[in-house]
Design a protein around this ligand. Sequence first.
Ligand code: A3P
Length: 336
Amino acid sequence: MSPTVITRFPQDPSIEEEEELTKQCKELLLSLPRERGWRTPYIYLFQGFWCQPTEIQAIISFQKHFQAKDSDVVVATIPKSGTTWMKALAFAIANRHRFASSKNHPLLTSNPHDLVPFFEYKVYENNQVPDLSKLPEPRFFGTHIPYPSLSNSIKNSNCKIIYISRNPFDTIVSTWHYLNKIKPESAPELTLEEAIEMFCKGSVGFGPFWNHLLGYWKESLERPNKVLFLKYEDLKADINSNVKKVATFLDCTFTVEEERGGAIEDIIKLCSFEKMKELEVNKSGKSIKNFENKNLFRKGEIGDWANYFSPEMVQKLSKVMEEKLGGSGLSFKMLS
Ligand code: A3P
């Protein structure tokens, strides 16, 4: 039996279509609950989280083949929480001795998603199984996959996971703008009401949002040497101490000489929103298939949600977040 014919975005070439999928993956999709998607006709509930067909195929391949090394660094997020920023920071911090001169730093000519590739969009895309064993160490990877679905080899090795989270209100606004930028031309605009509704139902990419956060949060409490749990708002408020925290977590604490010589400030500047947004590679390049780099840099602020949310929207989302995150010890700064 072939999957239901999908006609929501007829003949739109920007849509990831099902011909990219193996027969096995197509069969699996038939057995999964699904909801209307915004970039693809449907998103599917796979291993307890929502994602798109080609992501599911890549995640299966990742789970089967990825062999972690103790020196690996994985940057994990739910989309629109500061992934690009954290990838840049982690890469710059851990590689600061390799790229001592800031003039030819790879971050000046490559987008962070090229230097820290996603398992599900790059490394294992199109059912490929690359040989990663010869990559220079530490190897850097990024992922939106929830903690329980990471490969056992990641969970059981001493590799490090840096997780960055963001308050749900700004995450929704960022997601809403982003989805409208990257949507297929033939698809209708997503309204903020619809974005909030999707979020509250849990059916956003790699969501439910709260499960994603709680999975990494719990692990960070149980194994603080394994998972470093950060918040976008904390980095905005005090980037200096967070850069130091990441360095110590990655076993490469800044020396007093480095601090005195301005190594921390150099990294902060290199990875700043203003600097990154203006780089040619981030204005014109495409680092992830179908996604223009320029859309990764919008405002980079805390509290933009207040420009869009009605009191009813605030009430609705606050109620869901209280129900889902209340008692977890997790809370977020909402305004700058
Ligand atoms: P806004 O849409 O609120 O501006 P992700 O990288 O996970 O896709 O998250 C995107 C969000 O991070 C966007 O938020 C984007 O502007 C912001 N961002 C990107 N680079 C940043 C940086 N270097 N510093 C701070 N925020 C950044």
